[in-house]
Design a protein around this ligand. Structure first.
Ligand code: NAD
Ligand code: WQD
Length: 336
């Protein structure tokens, strides 16, 4: 079986390529390296001892994508390619809509033309907006606070319409919670350009001395320690969820959404504490103002993925912090 992985050189994509290759799939990657470097794919090959096919191609490039489908017999697609910075999306909404939504439409059209109608799509917990916690898949979605989040909501709806029009599609919408951690080898991990927006890469850059101090965004929330609560998920657990979803879409038709989270919330202070334990480093941090748009607390009810996909998260926050730190220490200047 051959799986096309769009955005396969990125953070979650690269970890998923490792799991796919280890499981015996042939892997074809399409990436334009907007937020990654080709060396990541060399490292995927080093970890697995296997090779993958790679195309330096933008998903908005219809001719380029058609070439990928004509040169490979693709059985299913895992679609990671997209822009993901929430703050940036409020400043550059058209770029986000064009890249994420238009890019996805081109991909779906090329898939349809090639007769490949099986796809796992990277969605996000952000589609739930302000729902009661824990989030469940049948809750209303779409009350979203950022253009980035809206791209995820709209693409879910587009895929819903695609399935309504043609029931031979098989579509899995994976709603990720907060992925952190890295591959145990320390060869691949999260390596954002510039100053990180997300908590864990910020923490690890403070720990390695590249940033001076972490600001905890708000200490006055209505939570046990006053800081926000999120459902952190090890990126390797998340990557393995894609294997379960691929196995499922290969044998069925339909469209289903799944929460991919641990089902447990951790506060910012708990994550800081877990990181300090794992690294032995005292983190320099201050409690600052709230960040606009942050919800006080959310976490997943992952029962549907547990029961229907047979997927379970294995790792806790200690392992997530240990592996993040191992990656950061081994790659102080990122992946080159
Ligand atoms: P990432 O930026 O590390 O990876 C995305 C990859 O897609 C990058 O390699 C980038 O170069 C590539 N890409 C972007 N636009 C492209 C285009 N037009 N054509 C070809 N390649 C393109 O991000 P990630 O953290 O690995 O996230 C992967 C997916 O999961 C994204 O769709 C993201 O929105 C979604 N997601 C991420 C998180 C998270 O916290 N990391 C949470 C929920 C959902
Ligand atoms: C986690 C917690 C911050 C940085 C975002 C997207 C979401 C999904 C995952 C893609 C929050 C706090 C952070 C810092 C802090 N991505 N924090 N200081 O905001 O939960 O989710 O990434 O789909 O859509 O919105 O993740 O890592 O930015 O923040 O105190 O310097 O850490 O306030 O409570 P978030 P995050």
């Amino acid at each position: 079986m051959t799986i096309l992985v769009t955005g396969g050189a990125g953070y979650i994509g690269s970890h998923t390529c490792v799991e796919l290759l280890d499981a015996g799939y042939d892997v074809v990657v399409v990436d334009n390296y907007y937020n990654s470097v080709p060396a990541v794919l060399d490292r995927v090959e080093k970890i697995t001892g296997k090779t993958l096919r790679r195309y330096d191609c933008d998903i908005r490039d219809r001719d380029g994508l058609e070439k990928v489908f004509s040169e490979n017999k693709i059985d299913a697609v895992i679609h990671f390619a997209g822009l993901k910075a929430v703050g940036e999306s409020t400043k550059l909404p058209l770029l986000y809509y064009e890249n994420n939504i238009w890019g996805s439409i081109v991909l779906f059209e090329v898939m349809e033309k090639a007769g490949c109608k099986k796809i796992v799509f990277s969605s996000s917990a952000t589609v739930y907006g302000n729902n009661p916690i824990p989030y469940k898949e049948d809750m209303p979605t779409g009350d979203v606070s950022s253009p980035y989040g809206r791209t995820k909501h709209f693409i879910e709806k587009i895929l819903g319409d695609v399935y309504e029009a043609d029931n031979s599609w098989s579509i899995s919408l994976l709603r990720y919670f907060n992925p952190i951690g890295a591959h145990e080898s320390g060869l691949i991990g999260e390596d954002p350009n510039g100053i990180p927006n997300n908590l864990m890469p910020y923490i690890s850059r403070v720990a390695i001395g590249k940033l001076e101090k972490l600001t905890v965004f708000g200490g006055d929330y209505d939570t046990p320690d006053g800081t926000c609560i999120r459902d952190y998920i090890h990126v390797v657990d998340l990557a393995r969820a894609h294997l379960c979803a691929v196995a499922d879409i290969l044998k069925t038709t339909g469209i289903e959404a799944y929460n991919i989270g641990n089902g447990k919330g951790s506060s910012v202070l708990e994550i800081i504490n877990a990181f300090e334990q794992a690294s032995g480093i005292k983190l320099n941090y201050v409690i600052g103002d709230r960040r606009a748009g942050d919800l006080p607390a959310f976490y997943a009810d992952p029962t549907k993925a547990n029961t229907r996909l047979g997927w379970h998260a294995e790792y806790g926050v200690d392992k997530m912090c240990l592996d993040t730190w191992n990656f950061q220490r081994k790659n102080p200047d990122g992946i080159r």
